[in-house]
Design a protein. Structure first.
Lengths: 115, 114
């Protein structure tokens, strides 16, 4: 089975801190994604990557950046955390590249609280 | 861009009864419609999908129907069981694009009453 592992289940950070959310997948997937999940708003795409060193903005990239130095790892970075970034963050992967009908495999999420 | 509306936001049914979740989409070019189930404390998982050249697809107790003319699709769960309790997301995407083009509905919290 595909495994997508998010390094932290819960995180509590202070306003202004730089925050790193890490995601690793073990199936050699080319595509990786970061979503944010909020009650009543569903899943919203923050950033995605179809290859190492490649990154593209999703629907809500403001306040975030990403890093993909290795194929299996995709990191989400909050440069200066703010309270409105308190949310559940979900990482996902899929293959092959640019295939819309390849299912997304999600991690179990990181619940981030910014105080 | 695509807009996916999902109803209801919460659905409570008695164990053994059927549950129906409905979604509408706006982009007539959309041609792939997956459904994801998210159990408590876990990430969403694909449970069934349908392509636009098919009107209905079944997998045991779950089925999905698609009406391209009306631009709506529905998830049907029969003989509901406690393990069906979860949040369900519908999604839509146009062919030719990467998975970044997947647009999700806002989710339905399905509660199975014993």
């Amino acid at each position: 089975d595909v495994k997508v592992t998010q390094s932290s289940r819960y995180l509590v950070k202070r306003t202004g801190e730089k925050v790193f959310l890490e995601c690793v997948q073990d199936m050699d997937h080319e595509n990786m994604f970061w979503y944010r999940q909020d009650p009543g708003l569903g899943l919203r795409l923050i950033y995605f990557s179809y290859d190492v060193k490649m990154k593209e903005k999703g629907d809500i990239p403001e306040g975030y950046s990403v890093s993909r130095e290795k194929k299996e790892r995709f990191s989400l970075i909050l440069e200066s955390a703010s309270t409105n970034q308190t949310s559940m963050y979900l990482c996902a992967s899929s293959y092959p590249s640019s295939s819309y009908n390849s299912p997304l495999h999600f991690g179990n999420g990181t619940r981030l609280t910014v105080t | 861009g695509e807009n996916v509306e999902q109803h209801p936001s919460t659905l409570s049914v008695q164990e053994g009864d059927s549950a129906v979740i409905k979604c509408t989409y706006s982009d007539s070019a959309s041609n792939y419609f997956p459904w994801y189930k998210q159990e408590l404390g876990k990430g969403p998982q694909l449970i069934i999908d349908i392509r636009s050249n098919v009107g209905e697809k079944k997998d045991q107790r779950i089925a999905v129907t698609l009406n391209k003319t009306a631009k709506h699709f529905s998830l049907h769960i029969t003989e509901t069981q406690p393990e069906d309790s979860a949040v369900y997301f519908c999604a839509a995407i146009s062919g030719g694009g990467g998975a970044d083009g997947l647009t999700f509905g806002k989710g339905t919290h399905l509660i199975i009453q014993p």
